[in-house]
Design a protein around this ligand. Sequence first.
Ligand code: PEP
Ligand code: MN
Length: 335
Amino acid sequence: MIVILKENHDKRQLDNLIAWLKSMDINVHISEGIRQTVLGLIGDTSIVDADLIRALDIVEDVKLVQEPYKKANRKFHPQDTVVDVSGVKVGAGHFCIIAGPCSIESEEQICGIARSVKQAGAAMLRGGAFKPRTSPYAFQGLRANGIEMLLLAKKETGLPIVSEIMDISQLPLFEEVDLLQVGARNMQNFELLKELGTLDKPILLKRGLSSTIQELLMSAEYIMASGNENVILCERGIRTFETYTRNTLDISAIPLVKELSHLPVIVDPSHATGISRLVKPMSVAAAAAGADGLIIEVHNDPPHALCDGVQSITPAAFADLVANIKAILPNAHHY
Ligand code: PEP
Ligand code: MN
């Protein structure tokens, strides 16, 4: 971090600033020019609040030379992280396809879809029991009953399961859920992130609707800073001015996030586009861009789905999608 001081700054205020930084174990290198004085902060500056310094009377500007995330940063962890979800590896060449309905609707529905996606090559089963819906009158999910049905599908197929947790009070219901999903709307629910950071369970963190890449990585940092480093990131589209698609899939985020972070990155082409016929081309694009996996909404009867039917693909279309992915990633370790 570099702090540029105002001309004719008050020396006592500067001494106070330096003393405060030193109390945080930050070394300060002072460069005095003819007009301007610049401070170079050396040490773990991730704990220093740049805005607080920027607001000081004596400070002209603050420039960040290091990303504010440390544990998620590839600079301090050059090799790819592999997250193990009950035996299914994600990252570092382990390509993982997660599939299942947006919402769990009945035992027959979730078990039937689980069988067909497993046969087609899915490595994990998704299914929402707690649904974050825009309208309070829309289907909210089967909640605890939904989780029970998802557990039956896990028992029957052996597939690890993924489900969204919306509030920490729901945690007891998620004991046997293998991968806990933090949805886009909760990406910056910091209390939830901190609690999930205390668990010994992998977390699937989806990018917020209007979140920057840095905000996504800072949210991962929250989970990791609390002790849980098993985080899988998910690019699921962001809001733009475009209205044809539900969101705009940020393909460039895939190689960029992988450059900045060692965490695995998977892609959700279903929520990114909101259009079932775009799911296959976007999946192929994501795989080609270096994603570590996909999470795809599959429904046995999309027109009658209780949630997100227009973006859901059938089991047959899913099998075709997996074949396409295998064709472009012949050496990936897992499907
Ligand atoms: C979901 O995966 O069911 C979901 C609600 O996705 P998102 O949080 O990305 O909107
Ligand atoms: Mn959905």
